[in-house]
Design a protein. Structure first.
Length: 253
């Protein structure tokens, strides 16, 4: 009797609607968010420590350069050798200063990024457990208003004082003074009159400071223009309220 092979059975078509993934327990979600929060804190601390070390190294280099100029000037009687030495040394210090300033500006933007990321995590915590929001002093809104609240809990601090006291303005002022000194030295080498060298140095320093601040502000505005918050701050309610919507608003000036 001949054996007849059975025809292959047709495969079952795949289910077009996949099984929904099981919901993650709230405890697991909170643990994952907390892990990300600690990672952001560690990265922010590392960046701040690194930039403070860079600033300290730059100031040490600047101090040593100025002392070296005084010693070499006395030893050479401020001859042409001293002029060449001053140009080279000031050029190196100015270059290192601009590199340090660039790093300070970048870390400032990174710090803003970490603040917004942690604000977003607080918004996620408040979604998991809404009553916990009353314990947050830092903002749970990852937008411009939320970042301002997190940087200064009590509110009322003007934008001018916040910017004027920052490391970016400090390093920009030091670099501008060094650049003005470098411009004055170059003008002196080119046999410009002393009053003209002073004016050129002052103008060069002021121009350097203005350009630095403009570039920093431009970078800051460009970052906000391309950013979309996940938890925007609520619009102010024109009606009289019995209490603050955000716990951080209790400290607003």
């Amino acid at each position: 009797m001949a054996n007849h092979a059975l025809p292959p059975s047709p495969e079952e078509p795949p289910d077009p609607s996949p099984d929904p993934s099981p919901e993650v327990p709230l405890g697991v979600r909170a643990q994952l968010l907390a892990t990300e929060h600690w990672g952001l804190l560690a990265s922010r601390s590392t960046a701040q420590s690194e930039v403070l070390t860079r600033i300290s190294m730059f100031l040490t280099l600047t101090s040593a350069a100025l002392v070296s100029l005084a010693l070499v000037g006395q030893a050479t009687g401020f001859s042409e050798t001293f002029t060449t030495f001053a140009l080279v040394l000031l050029g190196v210090v100015v270059l290192v200063g601009f590199l340090t300033q660039l790093r300070v500006f970048n870390v400032g933007m990174e710090d803003l990024m970490y603040v917004l990321a942690m604000n977003r995590l607080r918004g996620a915590y408040a979604e998991i457990d809404p009553p916990i929001a009353r314990y947050f002093l830092a903002s749970r809104y990852d937008d411009l208003a939320g970042s301002v609240r997190t940087y200064y809990f009590f509110g009322g601090r003007s934008d001018f004082s916040q910017v004027a006291g920052s490391s970016m303005v400090f390093i920009g002022a030091v670099n501008s003074a060094l650049f003005g000194l470098f411009v004055s030295t170059v003008s002196g080498v080119l046999a410009a009159p002393t009053p003209l060298t002073v004016v050129l140095g002052a103008v060069g320093g002021v121009a350097c400071f203005v350009v630095s601040m403009w570039l920093g502000q431009r970078k800051y505005r460009a970052a906000w223009a391309s950013y979309r918050p996940e938890f925007p701050s609520p619009a102010p309610d024109p009606r009289p309220s019995t209490g603050p919507d955000d716990p951080g608003e209790r400290f607003s000036g």
